[in-house]
Ligand binder design. Structure first.
Ligand code: ADP
Length: 487
């Protein structure tokens, strides 16, 4: 069901419940509520009089009670002599009762255990001129028309052991007229409520449903690959809608970034694949067709280009494995110092002919718990970059220092450095500061991304400081262990 209809129906249900409550309490139950309250008031008044029956101030008290409760009161002693009379209601019944009826009431009160209550129709009472039968029959429900009198009697004991009859009379006005007024009012209120529910449902659905519908449509566009889908909506006063729109906006931006990187990678990788392949093919054909070209030098070129190719393929495979979480790390204790030395040893032979110098500064041998192959890959990548981007002095320094129980390895070059604006991005996949392809610096832009993944999987701290024209320092830290023994 549409959100806006759902909201509307909820509002209508709410309004219906509120109105039903109003109808029940104000119209159906009004009469009995009103009578209950009157009965309660009259009982309370009788109780107060009973408690103060011997009090000298009884009369004052009774006047006050009678005025407050809008009722008449009369107290008779055992010989039915009137002891007290407060006559404030113009159409009071108890002050017009003949003595024999007072006696009757006394008898009836005694019969019902000292307390008695009757509702008399005033109409019947006055019109029939004290018709005794009718008066006695004067049962509840005869309060139509002119309303009725509620007569309450109670037998109370006095301090001298005697008894008194307390008679109270209050008027019960007919509620029919009130009910009619209320009914008309309620009909108007019902109409207003329905109209209001309709307007509110419209406003709310506009505020909530509209942005959600729009976001939904944009999300569908996004799902179909339209990364330009617009998630900006009105209705941002709702935190959730604002967050949803921002999240989707962010997601679409990220997706479009990934999409761009993917396109760039395909362009780069195909370029990078094609270049060595062209060279390999060219040299191969040359060696086949031109006599005397079958030299060791040419074969070396073919070998070099082949290794470039496999390096590229390996990098692409590595990054996808690392990212899919498929890669399982094999953590073991090994000597980090030895490992770095071994890598540098292999490099030494390769770079010395090109005039590079690689220095390794260290104090003691340090052991770490990590995946040795992956760590070797890290060192290899960092040293490789340092060589590729080193400066004119062709010097690369690797410094291993130990502080507390942490070993820090820094790979330092004095090359071109990295601009501050590029620094945060160099760890991203496919990111290359210099997008032009220089043969000498050929790279996939994946190396540092692989390195970052490996560091993160090992929980290692890592970073880079760099200054354009002065060089860069790539560093990482691992927990250092003193021995090869695992305790
Ligand atoms: P690449 O294969 O292109 O070297 P990397 O992920 O290893 O990819 O590095 C990303 C980018 O970071 C490089 O293209 C380069 O611009 C920059 N970079 C990495 N190491 C260095 C360094 N030591 N000095 C200067 N720039 C560097």
């Amino acid at each position: 069901m549409h959100l806006k209809w759902k909201v509307f129906i909820q509002f209508i249900i709410f309004a219906a419940v509120v109105l039903a409550c109003l109808w029940i309490f104000q119209i159906v139950l009004l009469d009995s509520f009103y009578k209950q309250i009157k009965i309660y008031e009259i009982q309370k008044a009788a109780e107060t009089i009973e408690h103060n029956i011997d009090d000298e101030q009884l009369e004052d008290l009774a006047i006050r009670i009678a005025r407050e409760g809008n009722m008449c009161a009369a107290v008779y002693d055992q010989s039915f002599e009137q002891k007290l009379s407060i006559d404030i209601l113009p159409d009071c019944v108890i002050h017009k009762l003949p003595a024999f009826i007072i006696e009757e009431i006394y008898a009836r009160t005694l019969e019902s255990g000292g307390e008695h209550m009757e509702i008399f129709s005033r109409e019947a009472f006055f019109d029939r001129n004290y018709d005794e039968d009718d008066f006695r029959k004067g049962a509840p429900g005869r309060d139509g028309g002119m309303g009725a009198s509620l007569i309450y009697s109670r037998i109370v004991k006095t301090a001298d052991g005697g008894e008194c009859l307390v008679l109270l009379n209050s008027t019960i006005s007919p509620v029919n007229a009130t009910v009619n007024t209320l009914r008309t009012q309620l009909i108007i209120i019902t109409a207003i409520m329905i109209l209001l529910a309709f307007v509110l449902a419209l406003v709310i659905s506009k505020r909530i449903a509209k942005p959600i519908v729009k976001i939904n449509e944009s999300a569908k566009m996004l799902a179909q690959g339209d990364y330009e889908a617009d998630f900006s909506v009105n209705g941002k006063e709702f935190l959730e809608i604002k967050e949803l729109s921002n999240t989707l906006d962010h997601a679409s931006k990220e997706l479009s970034k990934v999409e761009n990187l993917r396109r760039e990678l395909i362009a780069n990788v195909s370029h990078d694949l094609r270049t060595p392949l062209t060279l390999i093919k060219g040299y191969g054909e040359m060696m086949r067709d031109i006599p005397g070209e079958n030299t060791a030098e040419n074969i070396q070129i073919i070998i070099d280009e082949t290794s470039r190719l496999s390096e590229l393929v390996n990098d692409v495979l590595d990054i996808s494995k690392l990212q899919s979480g498929e890669q399982v790390f094999n953590v073991e204790r090994f000597c980090l110092t030895d490992m770095i030395e071994e890598i540098l040893g292999r490099y030494g032979k390769l770079v010395s002919r090109d005039g590079y110098s690689i220095d390794f500064e260290r104090t003691e041998n340090v052991y770490v718990d990590a995946d040795e192959t992956r760590m070797a890959q890290v060192v290899y990548n960092l040293v490789n970059n340092a060589i590729n981007y080193s400066g004119k002095d062709k010097r690369v320094r690797i410094v291993q220092s130990v502080k507390n129980d942490t070993v820090c390895v820094s790979v330092i070059d004095s090359g071109e450095g990295i601009a501050e604006s590029d620094l945060p991005y160099i760890w991203d996949r496919y990111y290359k500061v210099d997008k032009t392809h220089k043969r000498a610096h050929i790279g996939t832009g994946l190396g540092l991304s692989i390195v970052k993944h490996i560091f993160e999987q090992h929980g290692a701290r890592y970073g880079v400081t760099s200054e354009v024209g002065k060089g860069s320092t790539f560093w990482f830290e691992l927990k250092a262990k003193e021995t090869s023994e695992i305790k």
